[in-house]
Design a protein around this ligand. Sequence first.
Ligand SMILES: Cc1cc2nc3c(=O)[nH]c(=O)nc-3n(C[C@H](O)[C@H](O)[C@H](O)COP(=O)(O)OP(=O)(O)OC[C@H]3O[C@@H](n4cnc5c(N)ncnc54)[C@H](O)[C@@H]3O)c2cc1C
Length: 499
Amino acid sequence: MSELPSAVDVVVVGGGNAAFCAALSAAEHGVSVLVLERAPEDESGGNSRFTAGAFRCVYDGVDDLQALMPDLTEQEISVTDFGTYTEEKFFDDMGRVTEYRTDPDLCELLVTRSRDTMRWMRGKGVRFAPIYGRQAYKIDGRFKFWGGLTVEAWGGGPGLVDALTASARKNGIQVVYEARATALIADDDGVKGVRVRHQGKTREIAAKAVVLASGGFQSNTEMRTRYLGPNWELAKIRGTRFNTGDGIKMALDIGAMPTGNWSGSHAVGWDRNAPEFGDLAVGDNFQKHSYPWGIMINADGERFVDEGADFRNYTYAKYGRVILMQPGQFAWQVFDAKIIPMLRDEYRIKRVTKVRADTLEELVQKLEDVNADKALATIMDYNAAVMTDVPFDPNVKDGRGTKGLAIPKTNWANTVDTPPFEAYAVTCGITFTFGGLKVDTSAQVMDTDGQVIPGLCAAGELVGGIFYFNYPGGTGLMSGAVFGRIAGSSAGAQAAAKK
Ligand SMILES: Cc1cc2nc3c(=O)[nH]c(=O)nc-3n(C[C@H](O)[C@H](O)[C@H](O)COP(=O)(O)OP(=O)(O)OC[C@H]3O[C@@H](n4cnc5c(N)ncnc54)[C@H](O)[C@@H]3O)c2cc1C
């Protein structure tokens, strides 16, 4: 087991994507870097390890994608419409989903540095692949990517964390597991190190600069309920149990400025019987993200949201909250035989809460804790309202909606009338919290007087001000990488200057 040094140039707190990007970037300044990961090695990597590894990044065409994925074959290119994801589109998406609250300076960095940061990560040994299947459907022999999400890390989240860890080791960065930072050591001149609990002992490590990349506070029931509000203690945690807000608290304790959407979070529809925290053997497969093709029914037997308001990439992160607010904090997603073959892979795992029936009457009886008569009436009313004259096309917002319902469905409205029928029970699974620390454009943490705290940088989930209310899929990893790289560079430069 790796021993803790008593002094190092840069300490990085956390062991996920943001932390490793910060560590690799700091090391480019020729300084010594120590990564402190609270989790044991087999649970290390934070939420980043739980992901599918999807990155939202700018590309202006296939050339940009080939630069990231040189293994892309001519055959793949010939049968795929990759489209583009321009800076303008990324800005639009961030503005729209955050209701124009996103910090314009941080958003600009996120968007304009995304392409270059992906290339930098590739240079550090991370491999990428196109997200066939989840983000592109094959129609008439051609794939078409939609929703601005085209690239994933090779091997998903585990592959990403393993590649970053290997790269860190290759670059002489020391990684210590089961090392929990508990406080920042600071005086009037700024941050001078961290206090750490490791193998049952509390130690101090002197450092010229510290990067906090230890995630949000979603895994802390008390903070979650205090800041997000009633019922949030009842949500399940999709990912790591280790993101309990330590980094945020440590920084606030020395006068850092809180900012952003402290009552907001990324939260999705997640298997009703999933465990309290994420399970690495299942990864993100407790999520149930094919709801845009079906309908969702609550305990009262009613629909409660426009399942087809937009591509799942732009609605899934806010619908967890909507499900949490339903009676009993659950919903059933209902599909018929027309859609069942299209359901995402995550619907076919063993640990799934699912019922199946050959008639709608039988199906509604099987929906546990639901008003069956009302549910049947809801499905019938919905079926009668579907604009069946508009063709269904999952690759575009097809405008096949409903007419005359109090809660409309805007796109992909398919009748639920062809047996067999299936239904899946979901509750709210929280991914990460949106409120956090205020940073400037060099990822340095600001204090409540609006001044930079010397020697303290931050990146990843614990940075506030980027996401409000909602989130475009694949942006968490991109944000962690962009701001991790910037934070590491700032910390590395500060440490190098003090040498
Ligand atoms: C199931 C799931 C699927 C997801 N899918 C995607 C996706 O496909 N694409 C995407 O962009 N985003 C996805 N996300 C969101 C994404 O995981 C996060 O936005 C991103 O990984 C955050 O990176 P981070 O480095 O800030 O935090 P993390 O990866 O969570 O890392 C935080 C680290 O800090 C450590 N830590 C905590 N406290 C301390 C302490 N006191 N001392 C030392 N270490 C500490 C933790 O152990 C952990 O290693 C998903 C999340 C989940 C849960």
